[in-house]
Design a protein around this ligand. Sequence first.
Ligand code: NAP
Length: 514
Amino acid sequence: MTLLCASILVRDPAQARRDLALAAEAGAEIVELRLDRITDPAALTPVMDRAGVPCVLTCRPTWEGGESALDDAERLRMLESLASGRGGYVDVELKTVQRVDGSALPASASLIISAHDFAGRPERLNNLLLEMDRSPATVQKIVWTARTIRDNLEAFEILRARRKPMIAFCMGEAGIISRVLAKKFGSFLTFATIRADAATAPGQLTLDELKSLYRWDAIGPNTRVYGVVADPVMHSMSPAIHNAAFDAAGFDGVYLPMRVEGSYESFKAFMESFLHAEGLDFSGLSVTIPHKENALRYLSERGDEVEPLARRIGAVNTIIVDRSPRRIALRGINTDYAAILDSITSALQIGRDDLKDRRVAVLGAGGTGRTAVAALAHCGATVVVYNRTLERAKALSKKFNGKSGKVVAAPMEKLCGSCCDIYLNTTSVGMHPKVDQSAFGVAPPKLTSGSLVFDTVYNPMKTLLLKQAEQAGAATISGVEMFVRQAAAQFEAWTNLKAPMTVMREVIERRLGS
Ligand code: NAP
């Protein structure tokens, strides 16, 4: 069992008492009291007496990333005085253990012996582990700052190879997955904070994030691992929607943010290491900016299956990993295009074939514009691409014109004279924080009650563009619809279960509404 440990930087007894109560209420099973700033340990005795949860006492010196300027003997004396008669754990740095006499180590509590590297992977990682083996540790702890997401895999290997209780994880944004998957790999504990502004180390999640967002209570040794690969990634709402869907369906999976820097080489290195990581059960990916083209190239080079329209669009946004004892087979699909088509056909209550009778204005010629144009043209629609940079619109129309439907390009200034049935905004105009902008600009096209306006922007849920459309009596589709549909299709591709779309929609609407 992996304990959920709240780490609390103690400033004074009253604050420690409050934070201990908050930690217990939020589900912490053990609490680390960081005593770096404490000069009068006796004042903490009443707090310790009523802690209510087991404690790890730590007084981290400045030379190991903490704040305490006390020397080894003073720190060890303080730890022993507070542990005496109470048991629990004390955390002492390996370097301290190596230079003091064994009799100076706290005897009243179990020893966690730790090594931290805030700069990156310790050069002496393997030696440190050997030295810990020779130390009197009850629990060994090794922590470093992840340079890339791949560093986490070494922490998992250390946990898998442990001979005694072990804590091994990576700090920083790239290390977040090791804090969550600590439970899958049987770490002794994982650290969390009661509030984001009270974190005691980089990348520490809140107790609430671990439990509510990352399914802490449901994670076990066989939990399958999914994620969104992007750069940047922490703004993504995909972990919220997919973990809620796994929860609702009772599916044994967890979905994590995976930041991978933009180059093809980085993407390939990430895939190769994660696919083959022992015990990880890496089972699927959402792929977004800047990796959709990288994903297509990677699957093509491996000779894996890519859905034909994803290939034509030039972008894969979903990877399904099929593990058989003989080989790992991957499949690449694009759930964005189906989400765009299904959002439109369900709003109009028509079939995809009926789109051949519709004229659609696609605003934008970036990645989403390209996906929309390919999908609509594939169904035989007549598409007019309006874009700020006309050359991009022309290139797009040239690529997809005549495949099934007709595609032409037009300058944005001509939009006001357009007479389409459907207006689909794929530009980022109107997106938070620039919510007072509309992709229609100052001169919207003439809309009627028969028009449909679809904004792929989902933050805010109701953009200025959608408000203008409503005022003109047109029907509207918000970007949330597309976001939920593309995620639901990913969920179904990974799990073979029906996606709990109502739950998924509620999660996103709640997040966007708050
Ligand atoms: P992208 O490849 O960078 O393309 C951006 C497009 O917006 C380009 O056509 C660009 O025109 C245009 N644009 C940007 N700023 C503009 C401005 N100030 N005035 C006029 N046009 C402007 O981005 P993308 O990946 O296609 O994403 C675009 C948007 O789609 C995102 O912002 C997101 O809100 C939305 N989206 C939604 C979902 C969903 O599930 N709902 C999924 C994916 C994307 P130029 O060619 O002239 O630069």
